[in-house]
Design a protein around this ligand. Structure first.
Ligand SMILES: Cc1cc2nc3c(=O)[nH]c(=O)nc-3n(C[C@H](O)[C@H](O)[C@H](O)COP(=O)(O)OP(=O)(O)OC[C@H]3O[C@@H](n4cnc5c(N)ncnc54)[C@H](O)[C@@H]3O)c2cc1C
Length: 481
């Protein structure tokens, strides 16, 4: 599928200028502006389902073109998978963590809405490895008895193993190539691909422990998907950033710039498209009608929504089968900085069920820790009761870092897998699914259009949500003009 880089003949700068005029004008002049802007015939109406970044940006773009937009959101907040935990010291991000200078849409939007960004300075303290029951500093890894990698792999740190196997022979020439049929031969299990490249069983075991949120396991993920992520990472980011005061401030400002408030607590259950209208029903019995609907719900959630008439076979299969990564975060308050007592860095990469332990920092220093757990380990934590999970995490941390004993308390658990309006973190593709789903999964169906990170081609994470909004806006505008 060709990436849309312009909106109906406008390049991005012109478009954002148009958007800025519209958004700012509507902020300043309010309803009076609307009456001037609306043409003689009533504007086309659109229901945007979901108020994450993709839904909010779609709504802003369509409003800027004079359409009447209603946004329906299941939660009591906007932002979806962008979610700052404002009540925890250090305001950690539960969802989208950071972005870089390569996120051009996000940065333009933040500037337009006057939402300041700030750099994230990486830690100087490094990362402690904890592998096969032993703490190992990165400088000691190559000669550590915990290192059971093959001779050719021994110098590679566990978090870098996957990149070390994907980068040298990555055949994808650019960031959209993965979606082209000529590369579909690589739509095979990642484990198989890595084995043919010589990965040892121990390397495969360790790679399963830190999939960096992009997949759940090397067996159940397409190698082509992993190569896509690796291709993008070939141009390293120069500067990581976040929104000042928390990433949630961006979707909040986007929602505030809309002409009509986002309707929260609207859990969409049913979407019907007739030849002239779309009707949406919510769990509270409310009904909405419009000329078109833009669905931004993750497929992991959309599979609970009834769509009439039913989606075409392959698209329906994509909705019900597209996998989502599981991520569970356990936030910890720390009484005394135990890392100052044992001399190891607070940040850890482990092959235990805690996986990654990361410091939560603000301008005043480390405010707490978070265990960032992916894949099957997240699933195992999710199966525990709240009390059992807290005890397990504290005991596990005390085993790894004895000085943490009696020093940490669980303050919050965020499970994206159990979240009823996300059911996972990132979408990805199982082996064979890129070939089967890629060009069909986001196709408009009758009066229903699709956006959201899972439908983007070229961009990562938060930027992908915005990319998809531009594409779907073009689609809807093409139908009414
Ligand atoms: C833990 C984590 C870490 C991440 N880290 C990064 C990062 O560092 N950098 C980066 O760029 N990206 C990151 N991301 C990814 C990024 O946050 C997402 O790609 C992006 O926010 C997705 O936006 P979206 O609009 O497509 O989906 P969503 O944000 O999921 O929006 C969909 C909306 O639909 C709503 N909804 C769901 N069901 C219903 C229903 N039945 N009825 C009505 N509304 C419904 C949801 O509540 C949600 O608001 C991370 C995500 C997570 C979870």
């Amino acid at each position: 599928m060709k990436q849309t880089m312009s909106i109906k003949g406008l390049n991005r700068r012109e478009f954002l200028w148009g958007l800025s005029q519209s958004v700012l004008a509507s902020l300043v002049l309010g309803r009076a502006f609307q009456q001037v802007a609306v043409a003689e015939r009533p504007p086309a109406s659109v229901l945007v389902l979901g108020a994450g970044l993709s839904g909010l940006y779609t709504a802003l773009l369509l409003e800027a073109k004079g359409l009447a937009v209603t946004v329906l959101e299941a939660r009591d907040r906007v932002g979806g998978r962008v979610y700052t935990l404002d009540d925890i010291p250090g305001k950690p991000e539960a969802g989208g963590q950071s972005f870089s200078e390569r996120y051009q849409r996000l940065l333009a939007l933040a500037e337009l809405l006057q939402v300041p960004t700030e750099p994230i300075n990486s830690s100087e303290q490094g990362t402690l490895l904890y592998v096969r029951g032993q703490p190992v500093l990165p400088s000691d890894w190559a000669v550590s008895p915990a290192n059971l990698l093959a001779a050719t792999e021994r110098n590679t740190l566990p978090p870098q193993l996957l990149t070390s196997y994907l980068s040298p022979d990555n055949p994808l020439p650019d960031k959209t190539a993965w979606a082209r049929a000529e590369y579909f031969d690589l739509d095979i299990p990642l484990e198989q691909y890595l084995s043919t490249k010589g990965a040892s069983p121990e390397a495969l075991r360790l790679m399963n422990f830190n999939p960096a949120s992009f997949f759940n396991s090397v067996e159940a993920t397409s190698a082509l998907w992993a190569l896509r992520n690796n291709q993008r990472a070939k141009t390293p980011a120069k500067q990581f950033m976040r929104i000042k005061g928390g990433n949630s401030r961006l979707p909040e400002k986007m929602a505030a710039a809309l002409k009509f408030p986002v309707q929260t607590h609207k859990v969409v259950k049913f979407i019907r498209s007739s030849h002239s209208r779309v009707e949406v029903q919510c769990a509270d019995g409310s009904r909405f009608q419009a000329d078109y609907a833009v669905v931004t719900l993750p497929f992991s959630v959309l599979r609970q929504v009834k769509i009439v008439p039913p989606l075409p076979e392959v698209q329906a299969e994509a909705v019900s089968e597209l996998p989502y990564t599981l991520v569970t975060e356990v936030h910890l308050a720390v009484r005394r900085p135990f890392w100052e007592e044992d001399g190891y860095p607070p940040q850890m990469w482990t092959d235990t069920q805690l996986q990654n332990v990361l410091p939560v920092r603000d301008a005043d220093g480390i405010q707490g820790l978070v265990c960032f757990v992916n894949g099957s380990s997240a699933q195992q934590l999710d199966a525990m009761s709240k009390a059992a999970l807290a005890e397990f995490v504290k005991a596990e941390l005390a085993r790894i870092r004895p000085k943490s004993q009696g020093n940490v308390e669980v303050t919050r658990v965020v499970s994206w897998g159990r979240d009823p309006f996300a059911r996972g973190d990132y979408s990805h593709f199982a082996p064979g699914q890129i070939r089967r789903f890629r060009d069909k999964m986001a196709q408009p169906w009758q009066r229903i259009h699709f956006a959201g990170e899972h439908t983007a081609i070229a961009s990562p994470g938060m930027e992908s949500a915005l990319e998809s909004a531009e594409r779907v806006t073009s689609e809807v505008l093409a139908r009414i003009e």
